[in-house]
Design a protein around this ligand. Structure first.
Ligand code: ADP
Length: 219
């Protein structure tokens, strides 16, 4: 399946994508994770992206689209993928359509994770990521690791993202409303969107997501 996951920062896209990708045996492609990997490796792409990310703004489209296109061209994405954090505006959504059309393929569905804004802020403030793998996501209260500061999945060190501060989160939410929400309407017009409530336990949300995708598959 070829799926796009959308939802505000803190909706749990990374957490859900990690599990869903495993369940569906497709790669989880997160542009945020790709940027963070470039930053920790000190690549020119990482250097360029960092300023935008720390300010809670979008990295310029040419850079982002080029990176996403390269990743989608890798062999593991040939039979499906779960995109997380891309596309994030209409220009990127149209670019994705073109990239897929070049291979004669299209998206199967768009999963929209819905979560109230006050919840988003609480989630982000306590979020901790693993240095080894950005899809290993924890929360100091809601999903605490067994040992503080240590990833349950791989033993890696947990850290707080530089853009998870309150003022940056406000910018990211603003960017989400103005830039990203319009793509939900764009995809809805193509009949691709399923919206699911992203409140509740992680595995309850996963089950809703799996059920929604199952219905898409049969459609
Ligand atoms: P979240 O969804 O929690 O905000 P991500 O890890 O997906 O976090 O993204 C973090 C940051 O990376 C964004 O605020 C933005 O600066 C940058 N970024 C990620 N994906 C894109 C994209 N598709 N276009 C532009 N910038 C992006």
């Amino acid at each position: 399946m070829r799926i796009v996951l959308v939802g505000p920062p803190g909706a749990g896209k990374g957490t859900q994508a990690h599990v869903l990708a495993k369940t569906l045996s497709i790669p989880h492609i997160s542009t945020g994770d790709l940027f963070r990997a470039n930053i920790s490796q000190g690549t020119p792409l990482g250097l360029e992206a960092k300023g935008y990310m720390d300010a809670g703004r979008l990295v310029p489209d040419e850079v982002t689209i080029g990176m996403a296109k390269d990743r989608l061209a890798q062999e593991d994405a040939a039979h499906g993928f779960l995109l997380d954090g891309f596309p994030r505006n209409l220009v990127q959504a149209k670019a994705l359509d073109e990239i897929l059309a070049e291979s004669g393929i299209a998206l199967n569905g768009v999963l929209d994770l819905e979560v109230p804004e006050d919840e988003v802020v609480k989630r982000i403030a306590g979020r901790r990521l693993c240095r080894n793998d950005g899809s290993h996501v924890f929360h100091v209260h809601y999903n605490a690791p067994s040992v503080e500061g240590v990833c349950d999945e791989c033993g890696g060190e947990l850290y707080q993202r530089a853009d998870d501060t309150e003022s940056t989160v406000r910018n990211r939410l603003e960017v989400y409303h103005t830039e990203t929400e319009p793509i939900i309407e764009y995809y809805a017009q193509q009949g691709l969107v399923t919206t699911i409530p992203a409140l509740g336990k992680v595995d309850e949300v996963t089950q809703r997501a799996v059920d929604a995708l199952e219905q898409r598959k049969q459609a």
